[in-house]
Design a protein around this ligand. Structure first.
Ligand code: HEM
Length: 148
C-alpha cells in the first residue's frame, strides 16, 4: 500500500517537475527564437492552459499521498528530510497558486482583450517564479533522499 502511494507521489512530482523542465529549457527558448508577437504570447498561453490543469492535479496527488504516508509513519517518527519536503512542497504550491491567480490570470484577461503586450508582460512575470519552483522542487527531492 505504501509502495503504491509512493509510486503515485512520484508520478505526480515527476509530471510537475518534468513539465517545468520542458517549459524552461525547450518550449520557452524555442518560442523566443522562432515566434513573434502576437503568435508568441498566444502560443505560450495555449501551452500553459494545457499544462496548468495537470499541475493542479499533481498538487492534489502529491499532497494527499504525501500526507497519508506521513500519517501512517507518524509525524514524530518521520525523518527530518520528510518534514523539509513537506514544508518546501507547501511553499511550491503557494508559489504556483500565486502564478495561477495573479500573472497568469492577468495574461489570460489581456489575451481575451487581444492586448498582446500586456499578455506578454504577464507571461514574463511567470518565468522567474517557475525557476524558483523548479529549484525548490530539487531541494525537496534532495531533502527526502539525503536528509535523515
Ligand atoms: C507537499 C507535501 C509533501 C509531502 C507531505 C511529502 C511527503 C513524502 C513522503 C512521506 C514520502 C515517502 C518517503 C519514503 O517512503 O521513502 C515522500 C517521498 C518522495 N517525495 Fe514527497 N512530499 C511532499 C512534496 C513533494 C514534492 C513537492 C516533491 C518533488 C518535487 C516530492 C518528491 C518526493 C520524492 C522524490 C520522494 C521519494 C524519496 C524516497 O523514496 O526516499 N515530494 N514524500
Amino acid at each position: 500500500m505504501i509502495a503504491l502511494l509512493v509510486f503515485l507521489h512520484l508520478v505526480a512530482a515527476i509530471t510537475w517537475m518534468g513539465g517545468m523542465a520542458f517549459i524552461l529549457f525547450a518550449m520557452r527558448p524555442a518560442a523566443l527564437a522562432m515566434l513573434q508577437a502576437p503568435t508568441r504570447p498566444r502560443f505560450i498561453l495555449a501551452t500553459l492552459q494545457r499544462f496548468f490543469p495537470l499541475v493542479w492535479l499533481s498538487i492534489g496527488v502529491i499532497l494527499l499521498t504525501g500526507l497519508i504516508i506521513m500519517l501512517q509513519v507518524g509525524f514524530a517518527q518521520a525523518p527530518i528530510g520528510w518534514h523539509a519536503m513537506f514544508g518546501i512542497g507547501l511553499v511550491m504550491m503557494l508559489v504556483f497558486a500565486h502564478i495561477f491567480f495573479a500573472p497568469y490570470r492577468r495574461a489570460r484577461r489581456a489575451a481575451a482583450m487581444q492586448d498582446w503586450p500586456a499578455t506578454a508582460r504577464g507571461l514574463e512575470q511567470i518565468h522567474p517564479l517557475v525557476i524558483l519552483n523548479f529549484t525548490l522542487g530539487w531541494l525537496a527531492i534532495a531533502a527526502a533522499l539525503f536528509w535523515h
